[in-house]
Write a protein that binds this ligand. Structure first.
Ligand code: CP
Length: 319
């Protein structure tokens, strides 16, 4: 287990992004998540840690993994869970995000888990309510629990859960970096834990500003692949592209897709990750996604423990 400094206490009422967390915060949250791993393998998959607390899932964008995972995580902690979607709520009648949240909060809510298409929406919410807010993905900004579950998956698969020290580990994040909140959260977390991060994609989808925080940039997956330990393949977010960022999907796939031929030129134990949902045959081929190097379903499983830890810590529940 990662050591924390004596006297360390989780200091955050909200979880808005990994940019706001220290390396020690990240290690502490992931160690807490490891402690929750066992709950999912019990016959009775429940602990009373958040009994009497109320968690609201407030999602203004579609989700499969994150939404289900937060719901299940809150249920496993014995919290009451309320599911709310933008569609079907009074937002469609013109009610603002803040009015919606304040009205929900007035019903005695302890944690709001929010996914929203605007970058900064979760932070805006956190400034406007008294309860805790967890960012479940805000526009192109951050997706902190995805970053944390990716990091936990890497730590488990590379034998680093004792220290969460990623020194000497090289991680490539491939694809549409510009529009990716997953990439941002991964970058902030991985760099803080000591990993070398290479961002790979076409020049139109690769913001140069990431070099300021220590990332290497590359336009060639073939150049980078033989020297990386982990590759995280991002989905091309067709819904966020406002202009033609590459000549065609076919060309993108030819240059940046992870297929069996490319995988054969990588390290044999390369860890292959994808946050989902996958565009099979575009950024990743099925033979790779479903093959022995893939940790994609382990990422999903680890998400449950990470979200239990996040809900538990922001709630300030007694340990
Ligand atoms: N990775 C992820 O955020 O997936 P969902 O959009 O299905 O929640």
């Amino acid at each position: 287990m990662a050591e924390t400094q004596p006297g360390y206490h989780w200091p955050h009422r909200h979880l808005l992004g990994l940019e706001d967390l220290s390396a020690q915060d990240i290690r502490f949250l992931l160690t807490t998540a490891l402690g929750f791993d066992g709950v999912s393998t019990r016959s009775v998959k429940k602990v009373p840690a958040l009994r009497g607390r109320v968690v609201v899932n407030l999602f203004f964008e579609d989700s499969t993994r994150t939404r289900a995972s937060f719901n299940l995580a809150a249920s496993r902690l014995s919290a009451d869970v309320l599911e709310m979607a933008g569609k079907g709520s009074s937002v469609s009648k013109g009610e603002t995000l803040i009015d919606t949240a304040r009205n929900i909060e007035a019903m005695g809510v302890d944690v709001i888990v929010c996914r929203h298409h605007h970058s900064g929406a979760a932070a805006h919410l956190a400034r406007s309510v008294d309860c805790s807010v967890i960012n479940a993905g805000d526009g192109q900004h951050e997706h902190p629990t995805q970053g944390l579950l990716d990091i936990l998956t890497i730590a488990k698969r590379t034998g680093r859960t004792d220290s969460f020290d990623f020194s000497g580990l090289t991680v490539a994040i491939v694809g549409d970096i510009t529009h990716s909140r997953v990439a941002r959260s991964n970058v902030y977390g991985l760099i803080k834990l000591g990993a070398h991060v290479i961002l790979v994609g076409p020049p139109t989808l690769l913001p140069g500003a990431f070099t300021d925080i220590g990332c290497e940039l590359s336009n060639s997956l073939d150049d980078v692949l033989p020297r990386v330990d982990v590759v995280n393949m991002l989905r091309i977010q067709f819904e966020r592209l406002t202009s033609q960022a590459f000549p065609s999907v076919r060309e993108y796939s030819t240059r940046f897709g992870l297929n069996a031929q490319r995988l054969s030129r990588a390290k044999p134990d390369l860890l292959v990750m994808h946050p989902g949902p996958m565009n099979r045959g575009v950024e990743i081929d099925s033979v790779v996604a479903d093959g022995p190097n893939s940790a994609i379903l382990q990422q999903v499983a680890n998400g449950l423990s990470v979200r239990m830890a996040a809900l538990f810590l922001v709630s300030g529940a007694p340990v």
